[in-house]
Design a protein around this ligand. Structure first.
Ligand code: ATP
Ligand code: MG
Length: 310
C-alpha cells in the first residue's frame, strides 16, 4: 500500500480501508494520563494548588498541554472523571452552576396530564460542571475551566465569589414547596439530593483554568490562584514526549531524531508551533509508505507550518 492508495483526485470511487489512526486520535478517546510529560515546575505548582485548595491558572502557547494536565492529576489522585467547562464569550456563572428549563416546565404544566409529573421540578433541573464540582463528596472532583480568557469580562470576578465561599443556592429550590429534590449531575445519570436549595462543598475541587493570554485578569482574581506558565520543551523533553505517545523509545539519530531536533530549534528561535504538529509529522513521516524526496519535504512543510499564519 502506498500513500497514493487514498485520495488521488481522479474522482474514481475506491472503498479503501484507511490506515490505523495515531494512538492519540483513536475513538472513543484514550486517556492521556499516562503519556503526559509534565514540564519543569508543573509538579510543584499542582501540589501547591492541591494543598492550598486554590485553582491553578495555566497559561502557555497553543498545544503546550494546558488542557491535558488535569487528566493526569485526576487519574493519579483518583478524582474521578474530569468535569469540563469550555468557556466562551456567552458562558455565564449561572449556567456553570445549574440549568433550569423554565420553559420546558411551563410546557409540561400546560399539557396538563398527570399533575404530579408536571409539578415536579426535578426533571427540569441539572447541575453544570461547576455546580457538580461543588457538591459534597468524599473525594475532591477535578474541574477544567478551559479557555477562561475567552469569557465575558465579568466572569472571572463572579467565579471568584463562588470559589471563595464554596457554596451556592438554587433559588428555584429555595422557594419550592418540597424541601428535598434529587437533581441530575453534569454528564452523568447520577443525582444529588438538594436540601432547601443550598449546596456547600465539603472537599474543595481541584480546578485548572487555562488561558492563552487573551485577557488580562484583575489582581484580586490572580491573587487567589496559583499561576503556572507551560515551559517550552527542550529537544530531549520532546523526544521523551513523542516516544510516550507512540509507545516506543525514539532513536538518537536518523530522520525522526532530525525532525524532533529541527522542531526544537524552531521553537527555540521563537516560532509558534504546537507539540501535536510534531506528533503528526513523526507519525506520518515514519510510516513505511511515507513519501520520499521532494514530496517528503512538502509534507513536512505542510504539517509544521507556523501557527501565526493561517
Ligand atoms: N507535555 C506533554 N506531554 C505529552 N503530550 C503533550 C504535552 N504537551 C502537549 N501534549 C500533546 O499535545 C496535544 C495538545 O495538548 P493540549 O490540547 O492540552 O494543549 P493546550 O495547551 O490546551 O492547547 P490550546 O491552547 O490550543 O487549547 C495533546 O495531544 C497533548 O497530548
Ligand atoms: Mg486547551
Amino acid at each position: 500500500m502506498t500513500w497514493d492508495d487514498y485520495y488521488r483526485g481522479d474522482g474514481v470511487p475506491r472503498a479503501i480501508e484507511l490506515p490505523a489512526p495515531p494512538p492519540w486520535r483513536t475513538f472513543p478517546r484514550q486517556p492521556m494520563s499516562s503519556v503526559f510529560q509534565p514540564p519543569p515546575g508543573l509538579r510543584e505548582a499542582v501540589n501547591a494548588a492541591l494543598c492550598l485548595r486554590r485553582p491553578l491558572l495555566i497559561t502557555g502557547l497553543p498545544g503546550s498541554g494546558k488542557s491535558t494536565v488535569i487528566e493526569q492529576v485526576a487519574a493519579e489522585l483518583d478524582f474521578g472523571p474530569v468535569l469540563r467547562w469550555h468557556v466562551t464569550s456567552r458562558s455565564t456563572l449561572a449556567d456553570a452552576l445549574y440549568r433550569y428549563d423554565a420553559l420546558g416546565r411551563i410546557h409540561a404544566q400546560r399539557l396538563g396530564g398527570d399533575r404530579n409529573v408536571a409539578d415536579d421540578i426535578a426533571p427540569f433541573l441539572q447541575f453544570g460542571p461547576l455546580g457538580t464540582a461543588l457538591l459534597p463528596a468524599e473525594r475532591p472532583r477535578a474541574l477544567l475551566i478551559d479557555e477562561i480568557d475567552k469569557s465575558d469580562l465579568d466572569l472571572p470576578s463572579d467565579l471568584l465569589d463562588v470559589l471563595e465561599r464554596g457554596e451556592f443556592e438554587v433559588p428555584e429550590l429555595v422557594r419550592y414547596e418540597h424541601d428535598e429534590v434529587d437533581v441530575r449531575l453534569y454528564q452523568s445519570d447520577g443525582r444529588h439530593r438538594v436540601v432547601n436549595g443550598r449546596i456547600a462543598c465539603t472537599q474543595f475541587p481541584f480546578i485548572v483554568m487555562t488561558s492563552n493570554g487573551e485577557q488580562i485578569f484583575p489582581a484580586p482574581f490572580l491573587r487567589r490562584c496559583i499561576r503556572y506558565t507551560m515551559a517550552r520543551p527542550s529537544a530531549e523533553a520532546l523526544r521523551t514526549l513523542v516516544g510516550a505517545h507512540l509507545g516506543t523509545d525514539l532513536p538518537d539519530r536518523g530522520p525522526v531524531a532530525d525532525l524532533v531536533q529541527g522542531f526544537a530549534d524552531r521553537i527555540e528561535a521563537g516560532e509558534n508551533l504546537a507539540v501535536d504538529q510534531l506528533l503528526n509529522a513523526v507519525f506520518l513521516l515514519s510510516r513505511d509508505d511515507a513519501p520520499t524526496g521532494a514530496a517528503r519535504e512538502e509534507l513536512t512543510a505542510l504539517l509544521l507550518r507556523e501557527l501565526s499564519r493561517a
